[in-house]
Design a binder for this molecule. Structure first.
Ligand code: NAD
Length: 418
């Protein structure tokens, strides 16, 4: 699975270079490989037994600023997957004009197999092993699948203790006690929803009453649904790692959340709606499909059966290459991941700025900044599509991002023949 993701990012970039000769293809030589690939092996005592762990930190590119990207705890973490995710961060940050480069980290563990004390111990040991490679001006990790604010807090504390420094900006996505903001946990989902709203406004589409289905009911999925409820959209299909459900009268996201919190994320016994399989879920007749779980969820079969006119990539890389091709042929619009889920890193950037300057902003200001930035960016992408005759939003987002990287390489005097 991860091998596909690995190829997918580079294939996207190569396709962009083939389709848009105005971009300097030689830049790809700089971008094709990560600058640093750090692997650490370490041992932790868990329940009086010794266990070995392998962690990765892939630092793809820092031409725009310090490396930046999440830290994933998942049993399927592989170095290739982490590399792909690190590349997406470079393109995402460049697209949102954030002065950060791209990185990603991962630990191949199932976090559900450990209690909080054990997770803290493992995370602290991981920090010890990567301490020389990270820092507020060097590389700033954040939460991703399987990690959260508590893990960022303990890693921050460990880093500050070892280095005898006091800048909390070494990690983002922390709790307010550690210089994080309350808003960070809802930022990615809020950004996804705001992106849909701006897209609809520019297209003159009324969102109220539109139906959608949501795969993934974690951090991103939950806050996306919460915001979409405010805009009057109706959630008629839900799914997570435990299964899928359909209810054409609509679900209440808070009620679902309460249920899965109490039942270890198990949707199977949720009493509302009909239980369906994954393909049945993606075939639901609705206006919008939102994958907010993992990579490679919409492949050939799903893409052929999707009924909606819009897909919003809240997760990273949820559509595989074949799926993307089919959806484009079927004229189904896609709001691409590097734009749609960039609210998290945008808010992380605000958190880092606050930590570095020791100035803190209230939640409503951060929310406003995020909404303004998305409004401006979606409009900019629409304008670019028109100016350069670009057919899809994915191509336009990569075009913008690659152009900024190209300009930076030129500005800094790197060799880049035409
Ligand atoms: P999370 O761990 O909070 O939630 C993940 C959800 O996906 C859960 O509901 C889980 O049950 C579901 N899931 C896992 N495996 C599944 C499977 N095989 N089939 C169906 N559902 C499955 O993670 P998250 O933070 O919400 O991240 C979701 C996606 O968004 C990931 O692709 C992540 O890289 C991306 N993302 C997250 C952030 C962030 O701020 N958290 C920012 C940008 C991008």
């Amino acid at each position: 699975m991860s091998k596909n993701v690995f190829r997918m990012v580079d294939n996207t970039i190569l396709k962009i270079y083939n389709n848009f000769p105005k971009l300097n293809k030689n830049l790809y030589t700089y971008l094709s490989k990560p600058q640093n690939e750090i692997t650490v092996n370490f041992t932790v005592e868990i329940d009086r037994k010794l266990q070995n762990f392998t962690g990765y930190r892939i630092q793809h590119n820092n031409i725009m600023g310090p490396y930046k990207g999440g830290l994933r705890y998942h049993p399927n973490v592989e170095v290739n997957e982490v590399e792909a995710l690190s590349k997406w961060m470079t393109y995402k940050n460049s697209l949102q004009d954030i002065p950060f480069g791209g990185a990603k980290g991962g630990l191949r563990i199932d976090p559900h197999q450990y209690n909080n004390v054990e997770l803290k111990k493992i995370s602290e040991k991981l920090t010890e092993n990567i301490v020389n490679y990270i820092g507020p001006e060097k590389d700033i990790p954040a939460p991703d699948v399987g990690t959260n604010a508590e893990i960022m807090d303990c890693m921050t504390q460990k880093y500050l203790d070892i280095t005898n420094t006091d800048n909390y900006g070494v990690f983002t996505g922390k709790s307010p006690n550690y210089g994080g903001s309350e808003f960070r946990k809802e930022a990615t989902g809020t950004g996804v929803a705001v992106c849909i709203k701006e897209w609809a406004e520019l297209k003159n589409i009324e969102l109220k009453g539109k139906t959608y289905i949501l795969q993934g009911l974690g951090n991103v999925g939950y806050y996306t649904a919460k915001k979409l409820k405010e805009y009057g959209l109706i959630l008629i299909g839900i799914g997570n790692a435990s299964g899928y459900k359909y209810h054409k009268e609509g679900y209440d996201i808070e009620n679902i959340q309460e249920f899965i919190d109490k039942n270890d994320e198990d949707l199977c016994h949720y009493p509302i709606g009909k239980t369906i399989d994954k393909l049945g879920f993606f075939s639901i007749n609705c206006d919008i499909v939102i994958p907010a779980a993992l990579e490679l969820q919409i492949c050939e079969e799903e893409a052929k059966n999707i009924q909606a006119k819009l897909i919003v990539e809240a997760a990273n890389g949820p559509i595989d290459e074949k799926g993307d091709e089919i959806l484009n042929e079927r004229n189904i619009e896609i709001l691409p991941d590097i734009l749609t889920n960039s609210g998290g890193v945008l808010c992380s950037y605000y958190e880092w700025l606050q930590n570095c300057n020791n100035v803190y902003y209230e939640r409503y200001l951060l929310n406003q900044k995020l909404e303004d930035k998305f409004k401006e960016k979606v409009k900019q992408i629409f304008d670019l599509m028109e100016e350069e005759n670009i057919q899809t939003m994915r191509e336009a987002c990569y075009y913008y991002s690659l152009k900024r990287l190209e300009n930076e390489y030129i500005k800094r005097g790197y060799y880049l023949p035409n």
